[in-house]
Ligand binder design. Sequence first.
Ligand SMILES: Nc1ncnc2c1ncn2[C@@H]1O[C@H](COP(=O)(O)OP(=O)(O)OP(=O)(O)O)[C@@H](O)[C@H]1O
Length: 434
Amino acid sequence: MSRDAAVDAAVDTGAAVGDIDRSSSGDVDRSPPDGPLVSVRDLSVSFGDLEAVDEVDLAVEPGTLVGLVGPNGAGKTTVLRAITGAIEADGGTVRLDGDPMAGLSAREVARRVASVPQDTGLSFDFPVRHVVEMGRTPYLGRFDGRDAEDTAAVEEAMAAAGVERFADRSITEVSGGERQRVLLARALAQETPTLLLDEPTASLDVNHAVATMELVRDVVDGGRAAVAAIHDLDMAARFCDRIVVLADGRVRADGPPAEVLDASAVAGAFDAEAFVGRNPATGTPAVTAFPRSAVDPLRLHVVGTGPDAARVVARLVAAGHEVSLGVVPEGDAAAVAAADADVPAVTVPPFAGVDAESQAAARELAESADAAVVVGEFGEGHPSGEDHPSEDDRLRIASAAERVVRVPNDVDGDDLLAAVAAEATGATGATGPT
Ligand SMILES: Nc1ncnc2c1ncn2[C@@H]1O[C@H](COP(=O)(O)OP(=O)(O)OP(=O)(O)O)[C@@H](O)[C@H]1O
């Protein structure tokens, strides 16, 4: 079902709450509901004259982890806070399990969504265990004490978030990252169908950041849903089913990471240049951002191999140039970068040398370019093993272009762009030794 269809289904049909039984004992039967667990329609929130969130639509199905990404001030936290009712919307509707939030009591909302806020605001001298126990509050009657079920939920949540070790310490005496995990434990203890997380890994070391995302992933794979505001785009791509890109309070893109996290979407939302490659370990999109360089786009043919040529390809693509590459051996770092960025490349089998046909193909690409960018220095001392195009081959290919820009292997990104831009205007394009 498309996002719009899902939102429509929830909003227009008043989609079923599902079969989540909320008895006063706090039992939660999590058979999957029919519609989205969260559906936000036309949500607008203003602070004075500032429109922080502008007509945002968002539907979150059971079993789905949605990453909310966008630059500082995009409205991510505001959307999350509107979903919990912590701030009042100026317009639009929020439904939780199909029911308009406006008709739900605070307790009912707290049984449907739990949040892990960015700003912890915990300054009381409570033991960690006590903070986690607060997650059970929505299930307690006025005079009820905690029962075995509450205790089990708290113990389970503390174990899952890895906070048992310091359960008896005061919340004021744990580190920022530990405190973040305590808040995650509190949210897990709340046993809601939906989790909202605002920068859940911001203060965590790499090990705990991955462990936290894996934990959220497990919770979601068990049939719940989560929305997480995340700055780390690679982490978002790795763990989320869907990415929603917010900028200036509006949804700019919504879809699977591989579709949404392309260079132009990232560039548009973050006002930066971006190269989107592939994380070799996870196969998910890996985003590298650069500051905007404001260069006029050119057609460029890169001649070079290895990580240095890969870097040159990435930087030129991110700057908006239309790039081609070759000849390179298949599997070479530059060939991989080119494939990730849909850059046409002439490749030859490793160790095969450059045959006449590939050389002609590369010359054709160079001929159609404004300039050939040759990575690495010609001349004595330049390594040219049998698996690389020889210096003669490289020269022959580059000379098909009207202009040649030579850049050293270790060229700085800004120098590279300056050299390329200078060449395009007819000035000398050589950087470094010639
Ligand atoms: N209580 C408030 N009063 C006034 N303005 C606010 C308030 N809360 C947020 N804003 C403003 O609303 C806009 C959206 O803020 P929000 O915190 O939702 O952004 P964000 O995407 O979460 O940003 P970040 O990535 O920096 O956490 C910002 O311009 C922010 O300054």
